[in-house]
Design a protein around this ligand. Structure first.
Ligand code: ADP
Ligand code: MG
Length: 579
Protein backbone atom coordinates (compact mmCIF):
# COMPACT_ATOMS: atom_id res chain seq x y z
CA UNK A 1 0.00 0.00 0.00
CA UNK A 2 1.16 3.56 -0.69
CA UNK A 3 2.18 5.63 2.28
CA UNK A 4 0.50 9.02 2.60
CA UNK A 5 2.93 11.88 3.20
CA UNK A 6 2.12 15.41 4.18
CA UNK A 7 4.02 17.61 1.72
CA UNK A 8 6.66 19.81 3.27
CA UNK A 9 5.83 23.53 2.99
CA UNK A 10 8.46 24.17 0.32
CA UNK A 11 7.03 21.53 -2.01
CA UNK A 12 3.49 22.69 -1.27
CA UNK A 13 4.46 26.27 -2.05
CA UNK A 14 6.23 25.25 -5.25
CA UNK A 15 3.09 23.51 -6.40
CA UNK A 16 0.98 26.51 -5.47
CA UNK A 17 3.47 28.73 -7.29
CA UNK A 18 2.57 26.89 -10.48
CA UNK A 19 -0.84 28.52 -10.31
CA UNK A 20 0.21 32.12 -9.86
CA UNK A 21 3.83 32.34 -10.97
CA UNK A 22 4.10 31.38 -14.58
CA UNK A 23 6.83 33.76 -15.68
CA UNK A 24 8.65 36.93 -14.60
CA UNK A 25 5.67 39.05 -15.62
CA UNK A 26 3.45 37.21 -13.13
CA UNK A 27 5.86 38.12 -10.33
CA UNK A 28 5.76 41.74 -11.36
CA UNK A 29 1.99 41.72 -11.49
CA UNK A 30 1.72 40.30 -7.97
CA UNK A 31 4.31 42.68 -6.52
CA UNK A 32 2.83 45.75 -8.17
CA UNK A 33 -0.59 44.81 -6.91
CA UNK A 34 0.85 44.57 -3.42
CA UNK A 35 2.35 48.04 -3.84
CA UNK A 36 -1.02 49.44 -4.93
CA UNK A 37 -2.74 47.77 -2.01
CA UNK A 38 -0.17 49.44 0.24
CA UNK A 39 -1.27 52.82 -1.15
CA UNK A 40 1.91 53.50 -3.13
CA UNK A 41 1.97 56.53 -5.42
CA UNK A 42 5.47 55.90 -6.76
CA UNK A 43 6.78 52.72 -8.27
CA UNK A 44 10.11 51.95 -9.74
CA UNK A 45 10.75 48.68 -11.52
CA UNK A 46 14.18 47.56 -12.70
CA UNK A 47 14.38 44.41 -14.71
CA UNK A 48 17.44 42.49 -15.95
CA UNK A 49 17.33 39.91 -18.75
CA UNK A 50 13.61 39.81 -19.19
CA UNK A 51 13.21 39.40 -15.43
CA UNK A 52 14.85 35.97 -15.49
CA UNK A 53 18.02 37.28 -13.89
CA UNK A 54 16.54 39.88 -11.57
CA UNK A 55 13.58 42.09 -10.80
CA UNK A 56 13.77 44.98 -8.31
CA UNK A 57 10.66 46.84 -7.32
CA UNK A 58 10.51 49.79 -5.00
CA UNK A 59 7.34 51.46 -3.75
CA UNK A 60 6.48 54.28 -1.37
CA UNK A 61 3.51 52.50 0.19
CA UNK A 62 2.88 52.16 3.92
CA UNK A 63 5.49 49.42 4.32
CA UNK A 64 5.53 46.29 6.47
CA UNK A 65 6.29 46.30 10.21
CA UNK A 66 9.12 44.11 11.49
CA UNK A 67 6.82 41.64 13.23
CA UNK A 68 4.78 41.18 10.06
CA UNK A 69 7.74 40.65 7.77
CA UNK A 70 8.08 36.86 8.30
CA UNK A 71 4.31 36.40 7.90
CA UNK A 72 4.27 38.29 4.63
CA UNK A 73 6.24 35.50 2.95
CA UNK A 74 4.29 32.67 4.55
CA UNK A 75 1.50 30.92 2.73
CA UNK A 76 -1.89 32.35 3.69
CA UNK A 77 -0.15 35.35 5.25
CA UNK A 78 -2.28 38.36 4.38
CA UNK A 79 -3.27 41.62 6.01
CA UNK A 80 -6.17 42.13 3.62
CA UNK A 81 -8.85 39.84 4.92
CA UNK A 82 -9.50 38.18 8.25
CA UNK A 83 -12.54 35.98 7.77
CA UNK A 84 -14.89 34.79 5.05
CA UNK A 85 -17.22 37.74 5.58
CA UNK A 86 -14.50 39.98 4.21
CA UNK A 87 -14.56 38.01 0.98
CA UNK A 88 -17.93 39.47 0.15
CA UNK A 89 -16.60 42.99 -0.28
CA UNK A 90 -12.97 42.92 -1.33
CA UNK A 91 -11.55 46.34 -1.99
CA UNK A 92 -7.90 45.26 -2.33
CA UNK A 93 -6.25 43.62 -5.33
CA UNK A 94 -4.76 40.78 -3.29
CA UNK A 95 -6.36 38.74 -0.52
CA UNK A 96 -5.20 35.15 -0.90
CA UNK A 97 -1.86 35.57 0.86
CA UNK A 98 -0.17 33.34 -1.68
CA UNK A 99 1.95 35.49 -3.94
CA UNK A 100 4.98 36.19 -1.78
CA UNK A 101 5.11 32.62 -0.46
CA UNK A 102 4.93 31.32 -4.02
CA UNK A 103 7.62 33.70 -5.26
CA UNK A 104 9.91 32.75 -2.36
CA UNK A 105 9.43 29.08 -3.21
CA UNK A 106 10.85 29.47 -6.71
CA UNK A 107 13.38 32.32 -6.50
CA UNK A 108 15.88 34.10 -4.25
CA UNK A 109 14.06 36.97 -2.59
CA UNK A 110 15.15 39.96 -0.55
CA UNK A 111 12.31 41.88 1.02
CA UNK A 112 13.07 45.18 2.74
CA UNK A 113 10.54 47.52 4.23
CA UNK A 114 10.13 50.45 6.57
CA UNK A 115 7.04 51.94 8.17
CA UNK A 116 6.29 55.47 9.36
CA UNK A 117 7.87 56.63 12.64
CA UNK A 118 10.48 53.87 12.83
CA UNK A 119 14.16 54.86 12.75
CA UNK A 120 15.04 52.27 10.10
CA UNK A 121 13.61 49.38 8.17
CA UNK A 122 14.06 45.64 8.27
CA UNK A 123 15.19 43.21 5.65
CA UNK A 124 14.52 39.53 5.18
CA UNK A 125 16.13 37.05 2.83
CA UNK A 126 14.37 33.94 1.63
CA UNK A 127 15.94 31.50 -0.79
CA UNK A 128 13.72 28.79 -2.09
CA UNK A 129 12.06 28.40 1.24
CA UNK A 130 10.38 30.87 3.49
CA UNK A 131 11.50 28.90 6.52
CA UNK A 132 15.04 30.25 6.95
CA UNK A 133 13.93 33.72 7.79
CA UNK A 134 16.30 36.16 9.41
CA UNK A 135 15.52 39.84 9.68
CA UNK A 136 18.31 42.39 9.75
CA UNK A 137 18.02 46.19 10.18
CA UNK A 138 18.46 48.20 7.01
CA UNK A 139 18.31 51.87 6.00
CA UNK A 140 15.14 52.28 3.94
CA UNK A 141 12.62 55.07 3.30
CA UNK A 142 8.97 54.39 4.19
CA UNK A 143 7.83 51.81 1.69
CA UNK A 144 8.89 48.42 0.45
CA UNK A 145 11.50 47.04 -1.92
CA UNK A 146 11.58 43.54 -3.16
CA UNK A 147 14.39 41.98 -5.18
CA UNK A 148 13.84 38.69 -6.92
CA UNK A 149 16.77 36.88 -8.47
CA UNK A 150 17.28 33.60 -10.32
CA UNK A 151 13.68 32.74 -11.01
CA UNK A 152 13.05 28.97 -11.02
CA UNK A 153 16.65 28.27 -9.88
CA UNK A 154 15.36 25.28 -7.92
CA UNK A 155 12.71 24.13 -10.40
CA UNK A 156 14.64 23.57 -13.65
CA UNK A 157 11.61 22.07 -15.40
CA UNK A 158 9.76 25.36 -15.00
CA UNK A 159 12.80 27.31 -16.12
CA UNK A 160 12.76 25.52 -19.44
CA UNK A 161 9.32 26.93 -20.18
CA UNK A 162 10.61 30.47 -20.15
CA UNK A 163 10.94 32.11 -23.55
CA UNK A 164 13.52 34.52 -24.90
CA UNK A 165 14.51 37.59 -22.95
CA UNK A 166 12.63 39.71 -25.47
CA UNK A 167 9.38 37.77 -25.15
CA UNK A 168 9.54 37.70 -21.37
CA UNK A 169 10.14 41.42 -21.28
CA UNK A 170 7.23 42.09 -23.63
CA UNK A 171 4.97 40.34 -21.13
CA UNK A 172 6.41 42.50 -18.37
CA UNK A 173 5.83 45.64 -20.38
CA UNK A 174 2.20 44.68 -20.85
CA UNK A 175 1.75 44.11 -17.11
CA UNK A 176 3.29 47.47 -16.27
CA UNK A 177 1.13 49.14 -18.89
CA UNK A 178 -2.01 47.64 -17.39
CA UNK A 179 -1.05 48.81 -13.94
CA UNK A 180 -0.21 52.27 -15.27
CA UNK A 181 -3.64 52.47 -16.89
CA UNK A 182 -5.32 51.32 -13.71
CA UNK A 183 -4.21 54.25 -11.51
CA UNK A 184 -3.63 57.68 -12.89
CA UNK A 185 -2.29 59.02 -9.60
CA UNK A 186 0.66 56.65 -9.81
CA UNK A 187 4.12 57.68 -11.03
CA UNK A 188 5.89 54.74 -12.65
CA UNK A 189 9.41 54.14 -13.86
CA UNK A 190 10.43 51.00 -15.72
CA UNK A 191 13.91 50.08 -16.90
CA UNK A 192 15.17 47.02 -18.72
CA UNK A 193 18.88 46.19 -18.61
CA UNK A 194 19.31 49.73 -17.31
CA UNK A 195 17.59 51.24 -20.33
CA UNK A 196 14.59 53.44 -19.53
CA UNK A 197 11.33 52.15 -20.99
CA UNK A 198 8.69 54.21 -19.20
CA UNK A 199 8.93 57.27 -17.02
CA UNK A 200 5.35 58.26 -16.33
CA UNK A 201 4.56 61.13 -13.96
CA UNK A 202 1.33 61.03 -11.94
CA UNK A 203 -1.50 62.04 -14.30
CA UNK A 204 -3.61 64.29 -12.14
CA UNK A 205 -5.25 66.45 -14.80
CA UNK A 206 -7.38 65.59 -17.84
CA UNK A 207 -4.57 66.64 -20.13
CA UNK A 208 -2.04 64.44 -18.36
CA UNK A 209 -4.47 61.55 -18.46
CA UNK A 210 -4.92 61.92 -22.18
CA UNK A 211 -1.16 62.07 -22.47
CA UNK A 212 -0.72 58.84 -20.53
CA UNK A 213 -3.30 57.12 -22.71
CA UNK A 214 -1.51 58.42 -25.77
CA UNK A 215 1.86 57.14 -24.49
CA UNK A 216 0.54 53.73 -23.52
CA UNK A 217 -2.07 53.07 -26.20
CA UNK A 218 -0.80 55.16 -29.12
CA UNK A 219 -1.39 58.64 -30.42
CA UNK A 220 -3.84 57.36 -33.04
CA UNK A 221 -6.07 55.91 -30.35
CA UNK A 222 -6.37 59.11 -28.33
CA UNK A 223 -7.00 61.08 -31.52
CA UNK A 224 -9.91 58.82 -32.37
CA UNK A 225 -11.31 58.23 -28.91
CA UNK A 226 -14.38 59.61 -27.16
CA UNK A 227 -13.98 60.29 -23.49
CA UNK A 228 -17.05 59.16 -21.61
CA UNK A 229 -18.38 59.32 -18.08
CA UNK A 230 -21.77 57.89 -17.15
CA UNK A 231 -23.27 57.45 -13.75
CA UNK A 232 -26.32 55.67 -12.43
CA UNK A 233 -26.90 55.18 -8.73
CA UNK A 234 -23.66 53.59 -7.48
CA UNK A 235 -22.32 52.70 -10.91
CA UNK A 236 -19.81 54.83 -12.75
CA UNK A 237 -18.55 53.94 -16.20
CA UNK A 238 -15.83 56.13 -17.62
CA UNK A 239 -12.83 56.08 -19.87
CA UNK A 240 -11.97 56.26 -23.54
CA UNK A 241 -13.70 54.41 -26.33
CA UNK A 242 -12.39 54.31 -29.88
CA UNK A 243 -14.57 55.63 -32.64
CA UNK A 244 -15.77 52.84 -34.88
CA UNK A 245 -13.40 54.16 -37.54
CA UNK A 246 -10.49 53.28 -35.26
CA UNK A 247 -11.20 49.58 -35.01
CA UNK A 248 -8.58 46.88 -34.73
CA UNK A 249 -8.08 43.57 -36.47
CA UNK A 250 -7.42 41.97 -33.06
CA UNK A 251 -8.85 42.42 -29.61
CA UNK A 252 -5.53 43.83 -28.46
CA UNK A 253 -6.51 47.27 -27.28
CA UNK A 254 -9.24 46.46 -24.83
CA UNK A 255 -8.60 47.43 -21.27
CA UNK A 256 -11.34 47.01 -18.74
CA UNK A 257 -11.01 47.77 -15.06
CA UNK A 258 -13.58 46.97 -12.44
CA UNK A 259 -12.93 48.86 -9.24
CA UNK A 260 -9.33 49.36 -10.34
CA UNK A 261 -8.76 45.69 -11.13
CA UNK A 262 -7.98 44.71 -14.70
CA UNK A 263 -10.36 41.95 -15.73
CA UNK A 264 -11.49 40.02 -18.74
CA UNK A 265 -15.20 39.83 -18.32
CA UNK A 266 -17.36 38.06 -20.86
CA UNK A 267 -20.51 39.86 -19.82
CA UNK A 268 -19.10 43.35 -20.23
CA UNK A 269 -17.18 42.42 -23.36
CA UNK A 270 -20.47 41.28 -24.80
CA UNK A 271 -22.22 44.51 -23.84
CA UNK A 272 -19.44 46.56 -25.46
CA UNK A 273 -19.44 44.46 -28.60
CA UNK A 274 -23.20 44.85 -28.81
CA UNK A 275 -22.96 48.63 -28.50
CA UNK A 276 -20.57 48.70 -31.46
CA UNK A 277 -22.51 46.11 -33.36
CA UNK A 278 -23.89 48.16 -36.22
CA UNK A 279 -20.82 50.29 -36.50
CA UNK A 280 -18.17 47.61 -36.79
CA UNK A 281 -17.82 44.66 -39.10
CA UNK A 282 -17.54 41.15 -37.72
CA UNK A 283 -13.79 41.05 -38.21
CA UNK A 284 -13.13 44.31 -36.41
CA UNK A 285 -12.62 44.81 -32.73
CA UNK A 286 -13.33 48.00 -30.82
CA UNK A 287 -10.51 49.65 -28.88
CA UNK A 288 -11.20 50.94 -25.39
CA UNK A 289 -9.84 51.77 -21.97
CA UNK A 290 -12.83 51.58 -19.65
CA UNK A 291 -13.36 51.78 -15.94
CA UNK A 292 -16.40 50.54 -14.12
CA UNK A 293 -16.61 51.55 -10.50
CA UNK A 294 -19.27 50.00 -8.32
CA UNK A 295 -19.91 48.87 -4.78
CA UNK A 296 -17.44 46.02 -4.07
CA UNK A 297 -20.30 44.16 -2.41
CA UNK A 298 -21.91 43.70 -5.80
CA UNK A 299 -19.00 41.95 -7.42
CA UNK A 300 -17.28 38.72 -6.47
CA UNK A 301 -13.56 38.74 -7.28
CA UNK A 302 -12.76 35.41 -5.67
CA UNK A 303 -13.58 33.42 -8.76
CA UNK A 304 -10.18 32.63 -10.26
CA UNK A 305 -6.62 32.31 -8.81
CA UNK A 306 -5.22 35.07 -10.99
CA UNK A 307 -8.34 37.12 -10.27
CA UNK A 308 -8.88 37.97 -13.94
CA UNK A 309 -12.50 37.03 -13.79
CA UNK A 310 -15.26 38.45 -11.68
CA UNK A 311 -18.89 37.68 -11.09
CA UNK A 312 -21.57 40.32 -10.71
CA UNK A 313 -24.55 39.85 -8.49
CA UNK A 314 -26.78 41.82 -10.81
CA UNK A 315 -25.24 40.90 -14.10
CA UNK A 316 -28.19 41.87 -16.25
CA UNK A 317 -28.22 45.35 -14.81
CA UNK A 318 -24.49 45.82 -15.38
CA UNK A 319 -24.71 44.48 -18.90
CA UNK A 320 -27.51 46.83 -19.84
CA UNK A 321 -25.93 49.82 -18.17
CA UNK A 322 -22.71 49.33 -20.13
CA UNK A 323 -24.54 48.65 -23.36
CA UNK A 324 -26.85 51.64 -23.12
CA UNK A 325 -24.09 54.00 -21.99
CA UNK A 326 -21.78 53.11 -24.85
CA UNK A 327 -24.47 52.89 -27.45
CA UNK A 328 -25.64 56.37 -26.59
CA UNK A 329 -22.14 57.75 -26.45
CA UNK A 330 -21.52 56.36 -29.90
CA UNK A 331 -24.76 57.61 -31.42
CA UNK A 332 -25.31 60.91 -29.70
CA UNK A 333 -22.03 62.69 -29.56
CA UNK A 334 -23.24 65.71 -31.47
CA UNK A 335 -24.84 67.56 -28.58
CA UNK A 336 -22.17 67.01 -26.00
CA UNK A 337 -20.45 70.30 -26.59
CA UNK A 338 -23.60 72.33 -26.02
CA UNK A 339 -24.76 70.68 -22.84
CA UNK A 340 -21.71 69.54 -20.95
CA UNK A 341 -23.22 68.68 -17.59
CA UNK A 342 -20.97 68.39 -14.54
CA UNK A 343 -20.67 64.66 -14.71
CA UNK A 344 -19.77 64.57 -18.38
CA UNK A 345 -16.46 65.98 -19.45
CA UNK A 346 -16.05 65.21 -23.11
CA UNK A 347 -12.52 64.86 -24.34
CA UNK A 348 -12.58 64.75 -28.08
CA UNK A 349 -16.03 64.87 -29.59
CA UNK A 350 -17.34 64.22 -33.04
CA UNK A 351 -19.82 66.64 -34.55
CA UNK A 352 -21.78 64.05 -36.53
CA UNK A 353 -23.85 61.27 -35.02
CA UNK A 354 -21.93 58.18 -35.96
CA UNK A 355 -24.59 55.63 -36.51
CA UNK A 356 -27.95 57.11 -37.25
CA UNK A 357 -27.51 57.95 -40.89
CA UNK A 358 -26.02 54.59 -41.68
CA UNK A 359 -28.65 52.61 -39.83
CA UNK A 360 -31.54 50.97 -41.65
CA UNK A 361 -34.90 52.32 -40.56
CA UNK A 362 -36.06 49.34 -38.61
CA UNK A 363 -32.96 49.54 -36.44
CA UNK A 364 -33.42 53.14 -35.51
CA UNK A 365 -34.28 53.86 -31.96
CA UNK A 366 -37.96 54.63 -31.45
CA UNK A 367 -37.34 57.93 -29.94
CA UNK A 368 -40.65 59.73 -30.16
CA UNK A 369 -41.09 59.74 -26.41
CA UNK A 370 -37.95 61.67 -25.62
CA UNK A 371 -35.84 64.25 -27.28
CA UNK A 372 -32.33 63.10 -28.07
CA UNK A 373 -29.98 64.35 -25.43
CA UNK A 374 -26.59 63.23 -24.25
CA UNK A 375 -26.22 59.82 -22.81
CA UNK A 376 -25.09 60.87 -19.38
CA UNK A 377 -28.00 63.26 -19.14
CA UNK A 378 -30.48 60.57 -20.00
CA UNK A 379 -29.05 58.33 -17.36
CA UNK A 380 -28.66 61.03 -14.74
CA UNK A 381 -32.20 62.13 -15.47
CA UNK A 382 -33.52 58.61 -15.18
CA UNK A 383 -31.71 58.14 -11.90
CA UNK A 384 -33.21 61.37 -10.65
CA UNK A 385 -36.75 60.55 -11.69
CA UNK A 386 -36.32 57.12 -10.27
CA UNK A 387 -35.25 58.34 -6.86
CA UNK A 388 -37.98 60.98 -6.84
CA UNK A 389 -40.57 58.33 -7.54
CA UNK A 390 -39.12 56.11 -4.86
CA UNK A 391 -39.42 58.77 -2.22
CA UNK A 392 -42.85 60.07 -3.22
CA UNK A 393 -44.89 59.76 -0.04
CA UNK A 394 -48.27 58.29 -0.67
CA UNK A 395 -51.24 59.67 1.15
CA UNK A 396 -52.80 57.36 3.65
CA UNK A 397 -56.56 57.41 3.61
CA UNK A 398 -58.22 55.24 6.18
CA UNK A 399 -61.74 53.99 5.64
CA UNK A 400 -63.94 51.57 7.51
CA UNK A 401 -63.32 48.87 4.91
CA UNK A 402 -61.84 45.52 5.78
CA UNK A 403 -58.61 46.39 7.57
CA UNK A 404 -55.46 44.70 6.27
CA UNK A 405 -53.27 45.50 9.26
CA UNK A 406 -49.49 45.82 9.37
CA UNK A 407 -47.09 43.62 7.45
CA UNK A 408 -45.32 40.83 9.34
CA UNK A 409 -43.49 38.65 6.84
CA UNK A 410 -43.72 36.98 3.45
CA UNK A 411 -44.36 33.23 3.30
CA UNK A 412 -43.45 31.06 0.32
CA UNK A 413 -42.83 34.21 -1.73
CA UNK A 414 -46.51 34.65 -2.41
CA UNK A 415 -48.25 35.27 0.90
CA UNK A 416 -47.88 38.34 3.04
CA UNK A 417 -48.75 37.73 6.66
CA UNK A 418 -50.23 40.75 8.45
CA UNK A 419 -51.42 41.51 11.95
CA UNK A 420 -53.95 43.80 13.52
CA UNK A 421 -55.28 44.05 17.09
CA UNK A 422 -57.59 41.03 16.94
CA UNK A 423 -56.44 39.02 13.97
CA UNK A 424 -53.80 37.81 11.61
CA UNK A 425 -54.32 38.20 7.89
CA UNK A 426 -52.91 36.74 4.70
CA UNK A 427 -52.59 38.61 1.41
CA UNK A 428 -52.31 36.54 -1.76
CA UNK A 429 -49.62 38.61 -3.43
CA UNK A 430 -50.02 37.57 -7.07
CA UNK A 431 -53.75 38.20 -6.92
CA UNK A 432 -53.29 41.53 -5.19
CA UNK A 433 -50.71 42.71 -7.69
CA UNK A 434 -52.69 41.56 -10.69
CA UNK A 435 -55.60 43.63 -9.48
CA UNK A 436 -53.48 46.67 -8.69
CA UNK A 437 -51.79 46.53 -12.08
CA UNK A 438 -55.04 46.11 -13.90
CA UNK A 439 -56.50 49.15 -12.19
CA UNK A 440 -53.45 51.17 -13.11
CA UNK A 441 -53.63 50.08 -16.75
CA UNK A 442 -57.32 50.93 -17.01
CA UNK A 443 -56.73 54.57 -16.12
CA UNK A 444 -56.48 56.95 -19.07
CA UNK A 445 -53.12 58.62 -19.75
CA UNK A 446 -50.90 56.39 -17.67
CA UNK A 447 -47.84 58.01 -16.10
CA UNK A 448 -44.83 56.22 -17.48
CA UNK A 449 -41.47 56.05 -15.74
CA UNK A 450 -38.09 55.36 -17.35
CA UNK A 451 -36.33 52.29 -16.09
CA UNK A 452 -33.04 52.99 -14.44
CA UNK A 453 -31.55 50.48 -16.82
CA UNK A 454 -33.35 49.59 -19.99
CA UNK A 455 -33.80 45.85 -20.34
CA UNK A 456 -32.91 44.00 -23.50
CA UNK A 457 -34.26 40.57 -24.36
CA UNK A 458 -33.82 38.45 -27.45
CA UNK A 459 -36.94 36.79 -28.78
CA UNK A 460 -37.79 34.03 -31.23
CA UNK A 461 -40.11 34.59 -34.21
CA UNK A 462 -43.54 34.09 -32.71
CA UNK A 463 -43.06 36.13 -29.52
CA UNK A 464 -41.36 38.83 -31.56
CA UNK A 465 -44.37 39.02 -33.85
CA UNK A 466 -46.69 39.18 -30.83
CA UNK A 467 -44.79 42.16 -29.51
CA UNK A 468 -44.47 44.00 -32.81
CA UNK A 469 -48.13 43.57 -33.58
CA UNK A 470 -49.11 45.02 -30.23
CA UNK A 471 -46.32 47.57 -30.29
CA UNK A 472 -48.40 50.75 -30.42
CA UNK A 473 -50.91 49.49 -27.88
CA UNK A 474 -48.15 48.68 -25.45
CA UNK A 475 -46.70 52.14 -25.95
CA UNK A 476 -50.14 53.67 -25.37
CA UNK A 477 -50.33 51.78 -22.10
CA UNK A 478 -47.02 53.25 -21.00
CA UNK A 479 -44.61 50.44 -21.94
CA UNK A 480 -42.01 52.17 -24.06
CA UNK A 481 -40.31 49.58 -26.17
CA UNK A 482 -37.78 49.61 -28.90
CA UNK A 483 -37.16 46.97 -31.52
CA UNK A 484 -33.51 46.63 -32.37
CA UNK A 485 -32.07 44.39 -35.04
CA UNK A 486 -31.33 40.74 -34.35
CA UNK A 487 -34.57 40.08 -32.50
CA UNK A 488 -33.79 42.35 -29.64
CA UNK A 489 -36.53 44.09 -27.75
CA UNK A 490 -35.58 46.83 -25.34
CA UNK A 491 -37.92 47.90 -22.58
CA UNK A 492 -37.21 51.49 -21.59
CA UNK A 493 -40.22 52.73 -19.65
CA UNK A 494 -43.10 51.19 -17.82
CA UNK A 495 -46.18 52.64 -16.16
CA UNK A 496 -45.43 54.10 -12.80
CA UNK A 497 -46.70 51.29 -10.67
CA UNK A 498 -44.75 48.55 -12.42
CA UNK A 499 -41.75 48.59 -10.16
CA UNK A 500 -39.88 45.79 -8.42
CA UNK A 501 -40.57 43.55 -11.34
CA UNK A 502 -38.18 41.16 -13.04
CA UNK A 503 -38.53 43.04 -16.30
CA UNK A 504 -36.62 40.58 -18.45
CA UNK A 505 -38.89 37.76 -17.33
CA UNK A 506 -41.91 40.00 -17.74
CA UNK A 507 -41.21 40.99 -21.31
CA UNK A 508 -40.24 37.45 -22.33
CA UNK A 509 -43.37 35.93 -20.82
CA UNK A 510 -45.61 38.65 -22.12
CA UNK A 511 -44.26 38.15 -25.61
CA UNK A 512 -44.92 34.43 -25.35
CA UNK A 513 -48.49 34.93 -24.14
CA UNK A 514 -50.18 37.86 -25.87
CA UNK A 515 -52.03 37.03 -29.02
CA UNK A 516 -51.62 39.09 -32.12
CA UNK A 517 -55.24 40.26 -32.15
CA UNK A 518 -56.09 40.24 -28.47
CA UNK A 519 -58.94 42.54 -27.34
CA UNK A 520 -57.91 45.69 -25.48
CA UNK A 521 -59.48 44.64 -22.19
CA UNK A 522 -57.96 41.18 -22.34
CA UNK A 523 -54.60 42.77 -23.09
CA UNK A 524 -54.53 44.80 -19.88
CA UNK A 525 -55.68 41.77 -17.94
CA UNK A 526 -52.98 39.62 -19.40
CA UNK A 527 -50.27 42.23 -18.84
CA UNK A 528 -51.39 42.61 -15.24
CA UNK A 529 -51.30 38.89 -14.64
CA UNK A 530 -47.92 38.34 -16.24
CA UNK A 531 -46.48 41.32 -14.36
CA UNK A 532 -47.93 40.06 -11.07
CA UNK A 533 -46.15 36.74 -11.55
CA UNK A 534 -42.88 38.60 -12.14
CA UNK A 535 -42.87 40.74 -9.01
CA UNK A 536 -39.65 40.23 -7.09
CA UNK A 537 -40.18 39.04 -3.55
CA UNK A 538 -41.19 41.82 -1.22
CA UNK A 539 -38.36 41.91 1.24
CA UNK A 540 -38.48 45.36 2.70
CA UNK A 541 -41.02 46.39 5.30
CA UNK A 542 -41.46 49.71 3.54
CA UNK A 543 -42.52 48.00 0.32
CA UNK A 544 -44.84 45.68 2.17
CA UNK A 545 -46.46 48.68 3.86
CA UNK A 546 -46.75 50.49 0.56
CA UNK A 547 -48.56 47.55 -0.99
CA UNK A 548 -51.01 47.30 1.89
CA UNK A 549 -51.70 51.03 1.69
CA UNK A 550 -52.39 50.92 -2.03
CA UNK A 551 -54.70 47.98 -1.61
CA UNK A 552 -56.50 49.64 1.27
CA UNK A 553 -57.02 52.79 -0.78
CA UNK A 554 -57.88 51.39 -4.16
CA UNK A 555 -59.67 48.10 -3.59
CA UNK A 556 -63.37 47.76 -2.92
CA UNK A 557 -64.51 45.52 -0.08
CA UNK A 558 -65.21 42.71 -2.55
CA UNK A 559 -61.83 43.13 -4.19
CA UNK A 560 -60.10 43.04 -0.83
CA UNK A 561 -61.87 39.81 0.01
CA UNK A 562 -60.63 38.25 -3.24
CA UNK A 563 -57.03 38.53 -2.19
CA UNK A 564 -57.11 38.75 1.61
CA UNK A 565 -58.11 36.21 4.24
CA UNK A 566 -58.55 36.90 7.94
CA UNK A 567 -57.52 34.56 10.66
CA UNK A 568 -59.44 36.07 13.60
CA UNK A 569 -59.50 35.19 17.28
CA UNK A 570 -62.74 33.26 16.80
CA UNK A 571 -61.32 30.96 14.18
CA UNK A 572 -58.23 30.50 16.32
CA UNK A 573 -60.37 29.46 19.25
CA UNK A 574 -62.33 27.12 17.00
CA UNK A 575 -59.11 25.59 15.73
CA UNK A 576 -58.21 24.44 19.21
CA UNK A 577 -61.72 23.59 20.41
CA UNK A 578 -61.31 19.87 19.89
CA UNK A 579 -57.70 19.62 20.95
P1 ADP B 1 -1.96 39.16 -0.48
O1 ADP B 1 -1.61 40.29 -1.38
O2 ADP B 1 -2.93 38.22 -1.08
O3 ADP B 1 -2.35 39.61 0.89
P2 ADP B 1 0.84 38.47 -0.72
O4 ADP B 1 1.55 37.18 -0.55
O5 ADP B 1 0.91 39.12 -2.04
O6 ADP B 1 -0.66 38.24 -0.28
O7 ADP B 1 1.37 39.48 0.37
C1 ADP B 1 1.28 39.11 1.75
C2 ADP B 1 1.20 40.32 2.64
O8 ADP B 1 2.44 41.02 2.63
C3 ADP B 1 0.20 41.34 2.21
O9 ADP B 1 -1.10 41.04 2.72
C4 ADP B 1 0.75 42.63 2.80
O10 ADP B 1 0.37 42.78 4.14
C5 ADP B 1 2.24 42.41 2.77
N1 ADP B 1 2.88 43.08 1.62
C6 ADP B 1 3.35 42.50 0.51
N2 ADP B 1 3.89 43.41 -0.33
C7 ADP B 1 3.76 44.62 0.27
C8 ADP B 1 4.11 45.97 -0.09
N3 ADP B 1 4.72 46.26 -1.24
N4 ADP B 1 3.82 46.95 0.80
C9 ADP B 1 3.22 46.67 1.99
N5 ADP B 1 2.86 45.43 2.37
C10 ADP B 1 3.12 44.40 1.53
MG1 MG C 1 -0.62 40.17 -3.16
Amino acid sequence: MMKINILDPLVANQIAAGEVIERPASIIKECLENSLDAGATQLSIDVAQGGMQSICIFDNGHGIARIDLPNAVKRHGTSKIVNTDDLSAIASLGFRGEALASICAVARVTLASAIQDEPHGWQLIAEGTALKINETPVAHPVGTSITIRDLFFNTPARRRFLRTEKTEFSHIEEVVKRIALSRFNLAIKLTHNQRQIYQLPAATTDILQDKRISQLCSKEFIQHALKISMRATDLHLWGWIGEPTFSRAQADMQYLYINGRMVRDKLITHAIRQAYEHALGRENYPAYVLYLDCDPKNVDVNVHPTKHEVRFHESRLIHDFVFVSLKKALTETSLQENIEPEIFKPGICKKEPLLDAAMPDQYKIHNSYSKPITSSLVIAEQAEIYSRLQSDPEEVVMTDKLFLGEPLTVLAENFLLTKSMQSLGIVHLTKAYALLFQKALSKPNPISKPLLFPITVILTDKPLANISNNFQRLIDLGFILELLGQRQVVLRQTPNIFEKIDYAKFITELAAQIDVDIEPEKLTQQIAQVAASCVRSLESKANQEKLLQSMQQQFSEAELRRCFQILGVESLVRMFAHA
